[in-house]
Each structure stands twice: as structure tokens, then as C-alpha cells.
Design a binder for this molecule. Sequence first.
Ligand code: NAD
Ligand code: TDX
Length: 327
Amino acid sequence: MTGGAGFIGSNFVHHLVAHTDYVVTVLDKLTYAASREALDGLPENRVQLVVGDIAEADVVDPLVASHDAVVHYAAESHNDNSLDDPSPFIRTNLVGTFTILEAVRKHDKRLHHVSTDEVYGDLELDDPKRFTEDTPYNPSSPYSASKAGSDHLVRAWVRSFGVRATVSNCSNNYGPWQHIEKFIPRQITNVIDGVRPKLYGSGENVRDWIHAEDHSSAVLTILEKGRIGETYLIGADGEKNNLEVVRLILKLMGQPEDAFDHVTDRAGHDLRYAIESGKLRSELGWRPRFQDFEAGLADTIAWYQQHEDWWRPHKDAVEAAYAQKGQ
Ligand code: NAD
Ligand code: TDX
């Protein structure tokens, strides 16, 4: 698999070790977003880490040749970074996915491509519709456009070359090991530091939150039972606006619920994401298990309180970069 030292990829590695007999090789470049520690303590006979770049064919090709399947998580993943400098997003998300596709084509291996609901653009707040597998692509940011392009590459390799691939598009994940540049961990670590949480714009933007553990169980289900060439949307009916999430973090951390600030909005900020995951549920029998958002958030807060050694070295630089943009 690729990207197994990242937030969601590392969750998937632990999920595989706990729930299957698979032996896993993680190919990860260990960018700023990676956490080698997230893979600590795993049995050496089950998980091996190879440090390398998915956009380099001489790294990817022999690894693909020697494995049965590839689950592709590696990506540049943060919208705000893609607004500051899109170039690594083009290289990793597009050239990297192309490199993997060429290797799975050459060696006739099964591929599962992990993607995002952001490829569909955004919905109005009062739109009764949610995203489905048939929603047209309409990405807003360099990040989401690069992920949309990677999805199109996968589908083209399925249709033109008969590559045995599936695609999943998941909503916003939360849980342990998420980089503190992202919304929920940024606000938790701000409150730990006595700093007021920072909401972009009005804070009315809606995200459809799912626990990373539910994303992992969905990807494993699709890898094992998904129909080749199909796309499955992954979501757990977790729509909340950013104001609600910040107020809940403040409440759970014993602070007044209005102790936050509004800051400069994100350019092109998507208003609302919402997933209809009926196909995955009815066709493959998947169900989310961590749908109590308040309980999951409380556990996540406790995790960041207990893992200050991990995030503390990055906090000043992350906040300095945001401060420069008035965020
Ligand atoms: P992350 O940024 O936490 O981790 C990405 C991992 O990929 C890191 O370990 C990094 O070192 C690795 N990586 C980056 N470039 C690489 C390269 N060129 N070669 C090899 N490894 C490289 O990201 P995440 O939040 O865990 O997201 C993982 C995947 O899930 C991404 O494809 C993302 O688009 C998708 N996704 C994320 C979310 C979310 O809410 N975070 C939701 C839906 C889909
Ligand atoms: O400080 C902040 N204040 C704030 O209001 C930050 C960092 C974010 N926000 C807002 C922007 C979004 O409306 O919070 C929401 C969530 O922001 P992010 O954590 O940056 O996530 P998002 O842009 O929604 O993208 C995430 O979900 C889809 C992941 O980062 C992507 O990798 C995934 O594809």
C-alpha cells in the first residue's frame, strides 16, 4: 500500500493487522505529513516500511511486481497548502497515481484507489441532495482537482487497459494521528495552548465527518468484495457545520462555547459536502461503527492531550504559516 505512514493510511495498516492475515508493505515518502511513530509496535513479519516516492517508476515497479494488490492512499492532502503551492499536488496526486497505474497494468495487479468527496465540488446548505456515485465532477481547489484527475486516470486505465481497479470517495475523516494543520486537531491543540480556535469565514461550512476507523473498514470491504471498475462513496451521515464542531470541542475541553474567533476565509472555500453511501451499504453490506461524533471527538481530544510529544514540535511552524495569511 502507499501512504501508510499518513493519518488515514496508518489507521488502515493497524486495521489490516488486527482484522486480516495480510502481509503489508508500506511505500511512503515520509513527507512533512507522515508519522513513522504511527507504525510503531506493529509485528515485523506483517508490516514492512519502504521509504520512497510513488512518482518514481523504478521504486514503484518492483514493489508492485512482488505484491498481489495495491491500496493507494499516498497524496498531498491539505487544501490550504494546495492554494499556497500546487506543484507537489500535481506531482504526487497525478504523476504518482499515473506511475502506480502503469505498474499495476504491466504486472496485472488489483488496485484500490482512495479518493475524496471533494471531487464533486460543493452543495448548497439547503440542498436536499447528497453526493452519489453519479454526481458530476466539479472540483474547486488545486488539491481536489488533482484528486479528481487521479480518479479519471484510474477509470481510463480500467476502461482502456482492463486494469482491475476500484475507487472510493470518502468524506472528512477525524481521529488520532491527523496532522495539526487540519481543522479538528488544529483547534484541539490551540485550546490546549490557551489559544482561541480559528473559524474560516462565517463557520457555516458543512463537512460530513467519519471516524478514520470506519473509513478503513470500508476500504477493506471494497478491496475484498467490491466489483471491479466500480466506485463506492464512503460516509457515515455525520454532517455538521464548523461552528458546531468548534463549540463541541470547546465544551468537551471545559471552555466557554463562544471562545473562538472568525478569521480570513479560505479562497474558493467549499460550502458543504454530504455523502449518500447507500451503494456501499446495500451492495457490500458495510456499516459504520463509530457514529457517535461527540464520543469520538472526546476520545480524539484525549489522544491529542496524551500525545503532545508527537505534535508539539510542529505547532509553532504550522501556526506561523497560518498567521501570515491572517488565519
Ligand atoms: P496525509 O497527508 O495524512 O498522509 C499522506 C501520506 O502520503 C503521508 O504519509 C506522506 O508521506 C505520503 N506521501 C505523500 N506524497 C508521497 C509520495 N510522493 N510518495 C510516497 N508517499 C507520499 O493524508 P490523509 O489525510 O491520511 O489522506 C490519505 C488519503 O485519503 C489521500 O489520498 C486523501 O486524498 C484521501 N482522503 C482523505 C480524507 C481526509 O479527511 N483526510 C478524506 C477522504 C479521502
Ligand atoms: O483553521 C481552520 N479553520 C477552519 O475553519 C482550518 C484548518 C479549517 N477550517 C475549515 C475549512 C473546512 O470547512 O474547516 C473545514 C475542514 O477543513 P480541513 O480540515 O482543512 O479539511 P477539508 O478542506 O474539508 O478537507 C479534508 O477532507 C477531505 C481533508 O483535508 C482532505 O484531504 C479530504 O480529501
